[in-house]
Design a protein around this ligand. Structure first.
Ligand code: ATP
Ligand code: MG
Length: 378
């Protein structure tokens, strides 16, 4: 469960689920805490009891020895041997009690891990932060970003108006996902600025910013719960009908229906035995259910077969109407309809424009397009 929470941190944060999850974590760690307390108590008691018992036993033995000796029933050497035996029996008893204190230390380190998990995962918003009420436009100005030493994005600028679709294409490792993560403010930029509706992103509360995004990411994340709960993650109050409708729109309904428990099937950690494509369909259903004003689809259909993908395209198109969308795709046909297509290479935007403009420019995009087109023809 804890692992699950750490892994799915991004999705959790996005669906405004943080509070709920933190409460859950707190509850569980509280339970574990009380268990620790009990073990500690018991351990202390056991230690006192053994010590008392051992000492009492020793004293009794010593007295018996003394009495026997004084009554001349045993000689001095026998008495001495008895004392030595008693003394040497002390060692193992001490070892036993050390063993239990080792156990205690192990438990204590478990406790430290838990307190680490319960800590605030992120920085606080600045005092002056405002809630994002409406999303009109997004401007990225001269943004650079590095994970530590490695420069990932250099001097990236773009702007998207409300209702526009921005397609992003580029080789693996060119920084596409990183750019999206900056938009959602999982990281702060090193230089340059990102504005949403005219507010610098650093002046917007994280909760309201993330509530404005619906996303299907490359790494799907499902929690250990029923399918129903997984779909309703961003909208816990959704009715059964709404959930089924979202699942139908994302073409997940078919495979869910075939599961023995249907919507009440409990998923294992990270989706359990579902296929990668089925997991993606569930994540799409999730977004279809809550429909925030901005959408981020990072290779959202990469593991879905082409026929199902085609069917979902229509639902996607409907979903994107009036919303500001960012779509990352390797398959160019997925982003062909976008208002602006960015072609990224090593953290730079090397070409930008609509499909027609880019084709006219006869550059990198045109080459890519022709080569992919040839592949599909074959
Ligand atoms: P793909 O098409 O494979 O999804 P991408 O364009 O989305 O690739 P990014 O995920 O943005 O690529 O990664 C860009 C570079 O940043 C890569 O070289 C990657 O190794 C590095 N990188 C990504 N995430 C991290 C991270 N959390 N810490 C350090 N380096 C990272
Ligand atoms: Mg990526």
């Amino acid at each position: 469960f804890f692992l699950d929470s750490v892994r799915g941190m991004k999705d959790i944060q996005l669906f405004g689920y943080v509070k709920q999850r933190l409460d859950e974590i707190q509850q569980r760690s509280q339970k574990i805490d009380t268990a620790f307390e009990r073990i500690k108590d018991q351990e202390a008691k056991v230690r006192v009891y053994t010590e008392v018992a051992v000492s009492a036993f020793n004293i009794i033995m010593l007295f018996t020895g003394l009495i026997l000796f004084s009554l001349d029933k045993i000689d001095f050497s026998a008495f001495l041997i008895g004392v030595i035996l008693l003394m040497s029996s002390y060692g193992p008893v001490i070892a036993l009690s050390n063993l239990s204190s080792n156990l205690l230390q192990t438990l204590a380190s478990g406790e430290r891990v838990l307190s680490l998990l319960a800590e605030e995962p992120e920085l606080k918003d600045v005092e002056s932060a405002v809630d994002l009420k409406e999303v009109s436009r997004i401007d990225v100005e001269n943004v650079s970003f590095a994970y530590g030493e490695e420069q990932i994005l250099s001097d990236v600028s773009l702007s998207v108006k409300k209702g526009e679709i921005l397609g992003i294409h580029g080789r693996s490792g060119s920084g596409k996902s990183t750019l999206l993560k900056l938009l959602m403010r999982f990281y702060d930029t090193d230089s340059g600025e990102i504005d949403v509706s005219g507010h610098p992103i650093t002046e917007i509360t994280r909760d309201s910013l993330r509530a404005s995004y619906g996303m299907v990411l490359q790494e799907t994340w499902l929690k250990h719960a029923t399918i129903r709960e997984n779909i309703a993650m961003g909208k816990p109050e959704a009715t059964k009908e709404e959930i089924i409708e979202a699942a139908k729109a994302s073409h997940a309904h078919g495979f869910i229906k075939r599961l023995p428990e249907g919507y009440d099937s409990i998923l294992g950690e990270d989706g359990g035995s579902l296929s990668q494509g089925q997991k993606q369909l569930l994540c799409i259903a999730r977004v279809m259910l809550c429909l925030p004003p901005m959408l981020i689809l990072d290779e959202a259909t990469s593991s879905i077969d082409t026929r199902t993908e085609l069917k979902i395209q229509n639902a996607f198109a409907k979903m994107m109407e009036g919303r500001t969308s960012f779509i990352v795709a390797h398959r160019l046909s997925t982003i062909q309809e976008a208002d602006v297509i960015l072609v990224m290479k090593d953290g730079d935007i090397i070409e930008a424009g609509s499909h027609d403009e880019l084709m006219k420019a006869d550059g990198f995009y045109t080459q890519l397009y022709n080569s992919q087109f040839d592949e599909e023809e074959e």
